[in-house]
Design a protein around this ligand. Structure first.
Ligand SMILES: [Zn+2]
Length: 442
């Protein structure tokens, strides 16, 4: 059995089979760049990075796109508040977004489309929707006619009545139906573009569909985002794509859960928001990555200081074992890429079960113990095999334990230290030991 993933669209765990054999096209809704990212925003950044790594590990050629929404009411408001242009606000927070990606140890997506680069395409898209009767114009605003889509609600699995109740919260007299959503917004303040419907800016739901189509040209394999995007954002993306392109936007939809802080929803007013920019160093980012990476992705979960400390202990323990393994291999000059096939097979087995990362964590803990035993028993072949396998798995998770190989000089001192210990020349051994401690090696 190959990779099984939970498809939010069908509500079932399904076997993953990409549209084009050997290739995976993945699009994840990225940030609206008007503020700093918190731990909850970092979760999809970590999860989809691991997913891409794992798909690559399985031999797929993955193209991972994630957009930057650089036009939005929130950006316009921030610009007015701070007396800056939207461009300045967006560029500043886009930079902060890239720094956050780096801090949690993720790669940049392969493609990073910016909404403002596709406005002409969006206008064209909206014009076609109008022509085909899927949209209507009221006083410079353009809305999507949801009633024309028979399977509206297919992703969020809500019936019309429930959807309507939710939509009524934002009453807009201009709409024919409370469920209809804006494709084009007439704006008097802030950045605006000329269009056949008047001056304004595109709606968020249209941006992702248009960019998806421009980048990939047809249905993609995986569309992802946070759980909160399921409705209305993703539901509306599907509706627009069905209307104009007559196909489903994506074959598989994946959503990651929310991160709370000590049992409470993170919010600025409560002051319990943990910003990625406040991480003191790369180690903190890596520990947070471990927490996010080893928590089942679909669950909401609560972050806490206690959880952080628990993972920090694990990080330190892993780092010691991994470093000792690397030094031992260097000292014995054994460099091969032998892996433990059984362990790798077990890793794949768990990952293939809709990314059962908790069982991978248990596996890694066991392997670290086995590496420790091999180190104590000085079984060098066994050390190499365990170390290489652990290294492979950590790479898929993007976990860096910040262990560098020894330099020539360090290796010499390390060898002298081992020799003195063996000869029970403890006075001399201590001198070498102090040097190694100074280098941060032990
Ligand atoms: Zn989107």
């Amino acid at each position: 059995m190959g990779l099984m993933i939970y498809n939010s669209l069908s509500g079932k765990v399904e076997e993953f089979q990409p549209i084009h054999p050997g290739k995976v096209q993945m699009y994840v809704c990225g940030p609206t760049v008007y503020s700093y990212l918190h731990i909850g925003n970092a979760r999809p950044i970590v999860f989809y990075d691991i997913l891409k790594n794992y798909l690559t590990f399985l031999g797929y050629q993955v193209t991972y796109a994630s957009n930057v929404t650089d036009v939005d009411d929130k950006i316009i408001q921030a610009a007015i508040r701070q007396n800056k242009t939207e461009k300045e606000i967006a560029e500043f927070y886009e930079q902060a977004y890239y720094e956050a990606i780096e801090k949690v140890g993720s790669h940049l997506p392969d493609l990073i489309p910016h909404a403002t680069d596709y406005v002409a395409d969006m206008i064209d898209f909206i014009r076609k929707l109008l022509e085909e009767g899927y949209a209507y114009e009221v006083d410079g605003d353009v809305f999507f006619r949801v009633r024309k889509i028979s399977d509206y609600g297919c992703l969020s699995k809500q019936v019309r009545e429930e959807l309507e109740q939710g939509a009524r919260i934002s009453v807009n007299d201009k709409k024919e139906d409370p469920l209809d959503f804006a494709l084009w917004k007439k704006t008097e303040v802030g950045i605006q573009w000329d269009s056949p419907f008047g001056k304004g800016r595109p709606g968020w739901h249209t941006e992702c569909v248009v960019m998806n189509h421009r980048l990939f040209g047809g249905p993609i394999d995986i569309h992802g985002g946070g759980m909160d995007l399921k409705f209305p954002h993703h539901e509306n993306e599907i509706a627009q794509c069905n209307a104009l392109y007559h196909h489903h936007l994506a074959k598989y939809w994946m959503h990651v859960g929310r991160v709370d802080f000590e049992g409470q929803k993170m919010s600025k007013s409560k002051g319990n928001v943990i910003s990625v920019k406040d991480f003191e160093n790369t180690k903190v980012g890596m520990i947070v990555r471990m927490i996010l990476g080893f928590t089942p992705y679909r669950n909401n979960f609560s972050y806490s200081q206690q959880l952080y400390e628990q993972y920090e202990k694990m990080f330190d323990k892993w780092q010691r074992t991994y470093r000792q393994g690397l030094y031992e291999l260097q000292e014995k000059e054994l460099h091969n890429d032998a892996v433990c096939q059984e362990d790798l097979a077990e890793f794949e087995k768990w990952m293939n079960q809709d990314l059962n990362v908790q069982n991978v964590l248990t596996l890694l803990e066991r392997m670290m113990k086995e590496l420790n035993l091999a180190l104590r028993a000085k079984k060098i072949e066994e050390i190499a095999m365990k170390w290489n396998t652990i290294d492979r798995i950590l790479k898929v998770f993007g976990i860096c334990l910040f262990v560098e190989p020894m330099t020539e000089e360090q290796l010499n001192v390390y060898r002298l230290w081992l020799k003195c210990r063996e000869e029970k020349n403890f006075t001399q051994a201590d001198i070498y030991r102090n040097q190694l401690v100074e280098w941060g090696m032990i």
